[in-house]
Ligand binder design. Sequence first.
Ligand code: UD1
Length: 432
Amino acid sequence: MKQYIIKGGTRLSGEVEIGGAKNAALPIITAAIMTDETVLLNNIPDVNDVNVLLDAIASIGARVQRVDRHTVRISGKSINSSKVEYEYMRKIRASYYLLGALLGKVKKAEVPLPGGCNIGSRPIDLHLKGFNALGIDTEIKGGDVIGDARALEGGRVYFDTVSVGATINVMMTAALTDGVSVLENVAKEPHVVDVANFLNSMGAKIRGAGTDNIRITGVKRLHGCEYSVIPDQIEAGTYMFAAAATKGDITVTNVITKHLEATISKLVDIGCSVDVFDDSVRVYVKEGKELTSTHVKTLPYPGFPTDMQPQIGCVLAVCKGVSQIKESVFENRFKYLDELKRMGATVSVEGQVATIEGVEKLSPATINAHDLRAGAALCCIAIGTSGYTIVEDIEYIKRGYERFDEKLRGLGAIIKEVDSERDIQKFKLRNA
Ligand code: UD1
């Protein structure tokens, strides 16, 4: 089983280029099949979730051509099935976007219930409520969600909880649904806006993405276009917190700084220095500067992202004082704290609140990635911790971070992917 071995105690420094946002690329790839014309997508990250999804759309007949590592040409003209096989979908949560895209395009869909990271029960009731309001009958049978349009028509949906996935999914279907649809209490994440912009580039009429309400006037068909996905705010934030975790000096390039405001604000709270430029951000810890505790509450955008919670949690484990994190989006996102405890952190969890008392230093251990963001966060804190740390289950990390170990090495980290005890011994000898 593949692992990362890390020789910690390194202060990361340098520049790292941020790739396209995974959580924008996934729905954009699915939305691309909604037109019969060809779509050219740029800035697509080369990560496992994206590659599985590309295979999935190819399996129902889409033509997919990788022009280069980050450019994909997609044609949905040859779609010949509305049934997606479980094989493709068990690993990725974003499988549910095929529901929205297929219901819009061919008015029916049969898609396995989503898999993905283990961070809570993650229901899809809001997606189904939204489809229902557009005149679609849904049922769950044999592990599949089956959707069939009775009389597809514009509708009004109020989402009881702010959901990125439900907002995007229903928005996609509504784009090709006769009449006007109004989605209320929607997610305002940058990737929601990016998907709306992409659909509009294909001829959709979507207004209000980025606010609480989205109004969609359905069109009969969408057309081809060329589109570039926004930079990944979570990948950027991960490297920004890596600077804090290693008391380093990292500049993330190719970012939209506006999307990073909540992350920057917390880095400043704990004592990091942050310089914001046009499309890059430098995060550094001044010589001799001690980082200090803070309180965090995760919230939908523009609040502090739940996908940045493990990154800040790991850093708070070595910040002076007592910090509290309230996780208000997912109910099971503190598992990584058990791994941090194994590294010597002082942590307690009560319900959705974690209390972290900073220690002077952590010690290396064999730890588990558990989920995508937690895995990346643990690697970063391990780089700042003297000694050899082994991180297991790194497949999670590869779902969403392109060339993670390579990018970290570019910043000075001593990290290698290994898959045997012999590799580990070789690494230790070479890096003794
Ligand atoms: C997306 C992101 C994920 C991020 C999350 C929140 C992708 C592929 N994943 O996940 O990285 O952590 O947004 O920013 O883009 N909920 C319901 N019923 C539903 C749908 C959601 O109750 O039908 C609840 C969830 O349990 C959760 C909250 O709504 O408590 C927010 O979840 P949601 O925004 O839907 O997350 P995802 O779209 O799955």
